[in-house]
Design a protein around this ligand. Structure first.
Ligand SMILES: *[C@@H]1O[C@H](CO)[C@@H](O)[C@H](O)[C@H]1NC(C)=O
Ligand SMILES: *[C@@H]1O[C@H](CO)[C@@H](O)[C@H](O)[C@H]1NC(C)=O
Ligand SMILES: *[C@@H]1O[C@H](CO)[C@@H](O)[C@H](O)[C@H]1NC(C)=O
Length: 394
């Protein structure tokens, strides 16, 4: 069995000379122990971690800790420090800095396991954890589930594998970046419980359909599911995501038509369905979405585009290369298309694909269109930057 790590010693009334508080004095010793594990330090950071003025060590910041009203170590930001070592673990460090609220360690060589007790009442104010682009492997770091004050969780660009526990989607997060790992599982049915604004699952091996519950995730601004092994038809509930600006499911194994509910995605700017097995006509109402700046439908089996969609093609907003739209150039061969359509293809609950939740009555009778496009400038999407390993500014 493993012993639980010892609790941090209770702060006694007065710090030794030179320390801003008893809490800082305690954390000084933790940092000095941690220093010994860092044997590779190309920027020469750790040699500046000496003396009692811990609050001015590079990478650390102090603030008044709310419950004890004393100066305390509030943030450790090692982004881009390239720390390395033979067994550079955070156990004995992150779990022994009980006043920490922010821990950032993008682009270092930290390795597993992630400390078991970063949640519960130990690191009680921890609300940002960034372990991206390190050397973590093994299963999902379960200790983050106890860190119920977390709002930002970024573990992208590691080698985590296995499944992501469903509980992650009930954490009260704003940001969840788990892209570029080796997660493989069907997306949990409760995915839509997530309150996040930014969700990137890209570049893993997630499989199965996109859960219908996604329609409940009404805070979503950017959704990056590209380059996984997702299958099945798109649920019409995606059309309820009326704040979403980016929806990218490119390079999966998804199929079916585009649900007409996508006509409700009023804020959508970047919609990528390329490199899947979608088919059917491209709904004119989708091409008519007011803010669309990039509609990528290439390498599918779409069969028709109408007047509105053709306008987008000429503006280079819509890409329909390599589909089955036989009167357009750059399409699949008639033989490829015939082969694809020789198999009968259906979606569960076909009727729902015609449902338009934002319209009175839920169904459209006419395909009326409008040329009025919103003039509001498109906010630059943020999360595509999460697909590169370096640190991220949100
Ligand atoms: C991190 O590990 C990689 C190989 O695993 C190595 O090439 C690189 O030099 C290491 N960097 C540091 C800072 O230790
Ligand atoms: C979350 O923060 C509150 C104070 O804002 C604290 O009382 C509580 O113990 C923290 N919860 C956890 C699980 O750390
Ligand atoms: C549109 O999105 C696709 C897929 O993400 C990308 O490959 C392409 O470069 C984008 N086009 C423009 C003009 O930004």
């Amino acid at each position: 069995y493993t012993l639980p790590p010892p609790p941090p010693p209770p702060p006694s009334p007065k710090p030794r000379k030179g320390f801003a508080s008893k809490n800082i004095e305690r954390d000084f010793h933790t940092i000095q122990r941690f220093k010994k594990l860092i044997t590779i330090d190309p920027l020469g950071i750790k040699k500046k971690w000496k003396g009692t003025d811990v609050c001015n060590y590079p990478g650390f910041k102090c603030a008044t800790v709310p419950d004890q009203k004393v100066t305390a170590l509030a943030a450790a930001d090692f982004n881009g420090y390239f720390f390395g070592g033979r067994d550079l673990q955070l156990t004995g460090f992150l779990d022994q800095l009980p006043d920490l609220s922010i821990f950032h360690a993008n682009s270092n060589n930290f390795t597993g396991p992630v400390p078991k007790s970063i949640g519960t009442s130990r690191v009680r104010y921890l609300f940002e954890v960034d372990l991206s682009n390190n050397k973590y492997s093994g299963g999902f770091p379960m200790s983050v589930l106890q860190a119920t004050n977390l709002t930002f969780l970024d573990i992208r660009f590691n080698s985590f594998s296995g499944s992501v526990p469903a509980e992650v989607f009930t954490l009260d997060l704003d940001v969840l970046f788990i892209n570029n790992n080796k997660f493989s599982q069907q997306l949990p049915g409760n995915l839509g419980s997530t309150p996040v604004l930014y969700l990137t699952l890209a570049n893993n091996k997630f499989s199965g359909p996109i859960p219908r519950s996604i329609g409940n995730a009404r805070n979503l601004l950017e959704v990056l599911f590209l380059n996984n092994e997702l299958e099945g038809c798109l649920p019409y509930e995606i059309g309820k995501l009326d704040k979403t600006v980016v929806f990218d499911v490119g390079s999966n194994k998804l199929t079916g038509p585009i649900p007409l509910s996508f006509a409700c995605l009023e804020k959508m700017e970047i919609l990528n369905l390329a490199m899947n097995k979608f088919y059917g006509p491209v709904p004119e109402m989708v091409c008519d979405l007011p803010r669309l700046a990039n509609l990528s439908l290439s390498y599918n089996y779409f069969t028709q585009v109408g007047h509105e969609c053709r306008k987008l093609i000429s503006k280079r907003i819509l890409d329909v290369r390599m589909n089955c739209i036989l009167d357009l150039p750059g399409q699949r061969s008639a033989a490829d298309c015939a082969k694809f359509f020789s198999k009968q293809r259906t979606c569960p609950n076909e009727r729902s694909l015609n449902y338009i939740p934002c319209r009175k009555g839920g169904y459209s009778s006419s395909f009326e269109t409008s040329d009025q496009r919103s003039m509001a400038p498109a906010a630059a999407p943020i999360t595509y930057n999460a697909l590169k390993p370096h640190k991220l500014r949100l």
